[in-house]
Design a protein around this ligand. Sequence first.
Ligand code: NAD
Length: 297
Amino acid sequence: MNRFRVKKVAVLGAGVMGAQIAAHLVNVKVPVVLFDLPAREGLKNGIVAKAVEGLKKLKPAPLGVAEDAALIQQANYEEHLDLLGECDLVIEAIAERMDWKLDLYRRMAPALAPHAIVASNTSGLSITRLAEALPEAIRPRFCGIHFFNPPRYMYLVELIAAPATLPQVLDDLETFVVRGLGKGVVRAKDTPNFIANRVGIAGMLATMREVENFGLSYDVVDDLTGKKLGRASSGTFRTADVVGLDTLAHVIRTLQDNLDADADPFYPSFGTPAVLQALLEMGHLGQKSKAGFYKKV
Ligand code: NAD
C-alpha cells in the first residue's frame, strides 16, 4: 500500500520552473511553500512575490482565483527554513549551478522532516553528486524529478535515482506525479542531462550550426522545426527563449564537462553557439529578461 501522502510541498526557487511547478501544485489543490533568495535592493516585493504576481498575469492565468494564490506561502532561505519541516515533498528548482545547489542542500538539510522526499528538478547535473551534499540519513529519500517547460502543460517527467535512493521512494513519487499531478513518468539513469535533454540539445545545436552556416532567419527555422512541422511545441529559437539562455548554456556545459569528446555521439562538438554567447554577454536571457533570440518574447 502506498502510504506516502503529499499534504504540503516546498518548492525551492521561484524562477521559470519553480513558480510554474508551484502553480501546477496549487491547481491540484496541494498547498505550497515557495522559496527563493531574500529580497534584494531594487526588487520591492522580493523574488517570490514578483513570481506570484507574474503567475496571475499569465494567459491563461494559473492563479486566477484568490484562494489559489493563497495556497502559495511565500518564503526565503534566510528567515523561513523552519517551514521545510511541514513539507512532505521538497522540489528544488534553483539555478542550474552545482555549487549553488550543494550550498543550499547543506543549509536546508537540518530543517527537513524525517519522512520528506527531496527531489531536484535539475536539467542534467549529477544526481549522485547532489546527493553527496545531504546527510546519509536523507540520501535514501533523494532523487531527481525533471519536469519540462512549461511544467503545467508538458506531460513528461523524468525520475532519476541516486545510488542510495530507496525503490519505494521512487514508487511513491511516481504515484504522486502520475495520479496527483496527471503526468507521465520515464525513469532515467543518472547520466549527463538524462535522456530528453541529451538528445534534445544535440538537435538544437545541430540546428543552430545550420543557421550559422546558411544564414537562415530564426522565424524560418522555427517554422521548420515547430508548429508548421506539426509539433505542438514552438520551434528551436522560441523554445530556447522560453527555457532561458543562461539555463541552456549550463545544460550545454554539462555535456561538455561530462561526456567523452572523442567517443560520445552526444558530445556538443559545435560548442556554445557564438550567437548564444553574444546574447548572454549582453544579459539577454530570453523570456525572463524580455529579450533573447527574439527581441520581444
Ligand atoms: P531561473 O533562472 O528562472 O530561476 C532560478 C532561481 O534560482 C531564481 O529565482 C534565482 O533567484 C534562484 N537562485 C539563484 N541563485 C541562487 C542561489 N545561490 N541559491 C538559491 N537560489 C538561487 O531558472 P529555471 O529555468 O527555473 O531553472 C531552475 C532549475 O530547473 C534548474 O536546475 C534548471 O536546469 C531546471 N530546469 C529548467 C528548465 C527550463 O526550461 N528553464 C526545464 C527543466 C528543468
